[in-house]
Design a protein around this ligand. Structure first.
Ligand code: KIV
Ligand code: ZN
Length: 389
């Protein structure tokens, strides 16, 4: 198997930006592209240049500013699209054209009213047009998740022979199970004779909540690029979340896979993307959600306060999060209450805490969260003389 470095292809500025309400202007795209480069992604899919003059301009400006990452532009398997993508990428240090066409029988019949052989000819032609413009061409077999594996292998072999350097196997509709998607990648690795000439890429959508699991299954079976977005943004239920796949590989180091992403930038960039796109991150989102490092149940809080490893597999600093939080709710326990009192300067013994805990539960039952001001009130009503602040 080829080397274990996994290339991170970020498509926040293309698939992520397709989310209704997330549209970015050129300045915003450029700022995010520079941050993505600093984060350490290998490829930035900057946009779909033929889609609008604004997107052409954004891809062109990003191409001029980005020095280390590959800058990629999307196109359909249409000559004009490919030429426009090539023009937008003209000044990129490392340009890549991403072109492709639907390969499932459903797409072939319903979208193109074509035959399987005609689709292969169009795919090959598109890759050749793109290779005349840039040395790095990625081909996407749209709806590969629902494409028959034998036919998909023929497509992949043909586009590699035509010059594709990367072949993207999108689960466009988020349909596959991890085992199925992994088997698909394994089938291609084992049945495409020229597969050693290209990298296979995972592009998984999250319609069934399986995008991260499917991408990791793809890597385990031989793919060496993952297409993903910050905060898992993307069409419909979104794409594979960058922060999740990066941390899966970091947490399971024994598998041997690694990326160049600087994990301590994950939370700051998540907030930047959320603010710039005005798209909030769900609080329970893995790695970057507001509750990713919050502990609220008494059982968890007690264990966490004895040894944080009991309930946290990631050190918040490792992903640039603010830190772990002990949140007080009606489900919290005495250790958490004592801990929070201590944090704001009150030292109580066990008997004090027993008494205060009953009062705490009365308050907690009336609200979602007991906050610092409530604790001060309780402490001062109990034994004002003991307060140290
Ligand atoms: O989901 C998909 O198939 C895509 C392609 C354009 C790569 O986004
Ligand atoms: Zn997609």
């Amino acid at each position: 198997m080829a080397e274990n470095r996994i290339h991170i292809f970020d498509t926040t500025l293309r698939d992520g930006e397709q989310v209704p309400g997330c549209k970015l202007n050129t300045t915003e795209k450029l700022e995010l592209a520079l941050q993505l480069e600093a984060l350490g992604v290998d490829i930035i899919e900057a946009g779909f240049p033929i889609s609008s003059p604004g997107d052409f301009e954004a891809v062109a400006q990003i191409s001029q500013q980005i020095k280390n990452a590959t800058v990629c532009g999307l196109s359909r398997a249409v000559q004009k699209d490919i030429e426009v993508a090539g023009a937008a990428l003209k000044h990129a240090q490392r340009p890549r054209i991403h072109t492709g066409i639907g390969t499932s029988d459903l797409h072939i019949k319903s979208k193109f009213n074509a035959t399987r052989d005609e689709i292969i000819s169009r795919a090959v032609q598109a890759v050749k047009w793109a290779r005349n413009l840039v040395g790095d061409v990625e081909f996407y077999a749209e709806d590969a998740g629902r494409t028959d594996n034998e036919y998909l292998a023929r497509v992949v072999e043909a586009v590699i022979a035509a010059g594709a350097t990367v072949v993207n196997i999108p689960d466009t509709t988020g349909y596959c199970l991890p085992q199925q998607y992994g088997d698909k990648i394994a089938y291609l690795i084992n049945n495409v004779p020229n597969i050693d000439k290209a990298i296979l890429s995972c592009h998984c959508h999250n319609d069934l909540g399986l995008a991260t699991a499917n991408s990791i299954a793809g890597v385990i079976n031989g793919a060496r690029q993952i297409e993903c977005t910050i905060n898992g943004l993307g069409e419909r239920a979104g794409n594979t979340s960058l922060e999740e796949v990066v941390m899966v590989m970091k947490q399971h180091k024994y598998m041997g896979y690694y990326t160049n992403v600087k994990s301590e930038m994950l939370n700051p960039i998540s907030r930047l993307v959320s603010d710039t796109m005005r798209m909030p991150v769900q609080p329970n989102k893995a790695i970057v959600g507001a509750n990713a490092f919050s502990h609220s149940s008494g059982i968890h809080q007690d264990g966490f306060l004895k040894d944080s490893l009991t309930y946290e597999i990631i050190n918040p600093e490792e992903v640039g999060a603010e830190g772990s939080k002990i949140v007080l709710t009606a489900r919290s326990g005495r250790s958490a209450l004592a801990h929070r009192f201590e944090k704001i300067g009150y030292q109580f013994n066990r008997n004090d805490i027993d008494v205060l805990y009953s009062r705490f539960l009365e308050v907690a039952d009336t609200k979602k969260e007991v906050v610092e001001a409530d604790l001060h009130q309780m402490a001062q009503a109990y034994k004002p003389a003991m307060a140290t602040n």
